[in-house]
Design a protein around this ligand. Structure first.
Ligand SMILES: *Cc1c(COP(=O)(O)O)cnc(C)c1O
Length: 366
């Protein structure tokens, strides 16, 4: 067996040692006589699995006791609708910061589901500058009466990341889409009212979506909301109103244990900062052969888009990198060029292999 270096934006690479453990436990989980996919979500085995997953996530992220952790379905995209449906009452208003394709989709969906009921406002956007940076404080105008302000803290497509220490100071509850950089660095959860993330970027397999929500935000949904979409009902039922995505929760739980073995998020952040630096130094030192358009302070450590000065070489770059075992480097269709997603599970050796290939390709084509 030979595994590729997988730079896919998502579903993305998972830690090899986690996959080995899944393989070992696939037919018989800890002597249960069946695998996790086949067992009741209400049995004692799965109860232990989901409780351990939650406890480990709480420990890794330092989630305070007044927050609920929910394991939901529907992806981050469902949250684009579920958040306003739960948090926006009739006549209320919400603010959105638009800093890339994902936050743009979030505001569009909120406007769609709240049309005629509540107002959904853009409180700042970098669209005019091509989503190549985060917003400066002076460009953000948050309505102090807004029910919440929504931000995407890592724009997966444009490669723009903002650390919570640089978010605007506001008393308005902050709701954050962290799908593509959750668990990549420590975060002060108490600065947020709600954090959400689809699993398939930096957590585990697709199918589970994690929502971390402060308790005072629960119970605001109108009585007409579909039951499975009501955060309060899901919280009361320990995410098990109906059948949860059991296998995805199980694998995510193994990833949490792997992150703990690495030493927790402060250690993981060091590794990620180093990996990102290797790649950005290669790009910036290429005398314009490669280019990343994002303002340096806002560059993502997880998703690194880059273009070639001569786009006629794109096809050769992709074909030759693939032949060298470096996969899924094609950029998103809306941005073009290349994108290397270097999530937690991408080993430093994979980034080194990419950098070596890029240097060699440049030598041969400059
Ligand atoms: C991938 C992604 C989404 C969409 O996730 P789905 O799980 O496919 O719905 C939303 N936001 C961000 C930041 C993403 O990276």
């Amino acid at each position: 067996m030979s595994r590729i270096w997988n730079f896919s934006a998502g579903p993305a690479v998972l830690p090899a040692e986690v996959l080995e453990q899944v393989k070992d436990e696939l037919l018989d989980w800890h002597g249960a006589g069946c695998g996790v996919m086949e067992m009741s979500h209400r049995g004692k085995e799965f109860t232990a699995i989901i409780e351990a997953a939650e406890a480990d996530l709480r420990e890794l992220m330092g989630i305070p006791g007044n927050y609920k952790v929910l394991f939901l379905q529907g992806g981050a995209t469902q949250q684009f609708a579920q958040i306003p449906l739960n948090l926006l009452s009739i006549g209320a208003s919400a603010d959105y910061l638009v800093t890339g394709s994902w936050s743009k989709k979030a505001v569009k969906e909120a406007q769609r589901v709240m049309a005629g009921t509540a107002s959904v406002r853009v409180a700042g956007t970098t669209e005019a500058s091509g989503f190549t940076r985060f917003l400066d404080a002076a460009e953000i105008a948050i309505d102090p009466d807004a029910a919440y302000v929504h931000v995407c803290t890592n724009e997966t497509i444009h490669g723009v990341e903002v650390d919570c220490s640089r978010l605007p100071q506001t008393t308005v509850p902050i709701v954050a889409d962290m799908s593509s950089h959750i668990l990549s660095r420590p975060v002060d959860v108490s600065k947020y009212a709600l954090i959400y993330a689809g699993a398939q970027k930096n957590i585990g397999p697709s199918g589970v979506t994690i929502v971390i929500v402060r308790e005072d935000l629960l119970g605001r949904a109108p009585a007409t909301i579909p039951t499975v979409m009501d955060y309060a009902v899901m919280a009361e039922n320990g995410s098990m109103l109906n059948t949860p995505p059991t296998f995805a929760i199980y694998v995510s739980g193994l990833v949490f244990k792997w992150l703990k073995r690495l030493g927790g998020l402060a250690e993981v952040e060091k590794i990620n900062a180093h990996k990102a630096e290797l790649l950005y130094v290669c790009i910036d030192g290429s005398e314009g052969f490669y280019r990343n358009p994002v303002r340096v302070a806002d560059r993502s450590r997880m998703n690194v888009p880059f273009t070639l000065a001569n786009p006629e070489l794109d096809a050769a770059f992709l074909a030759e990198s693939k032949a060298a075992g470096l996969a899924s480097l094609k950029g998103h269709k809306s941005v073009g060029g290349m994108r290397a997603s270097i999530y937690n599970a991408m080993p430093t050796d994979g980034v080194r292999a990419l950098v070596e290939f890029m240097q060699d390709f440049r030598k041969r084509n400059a």
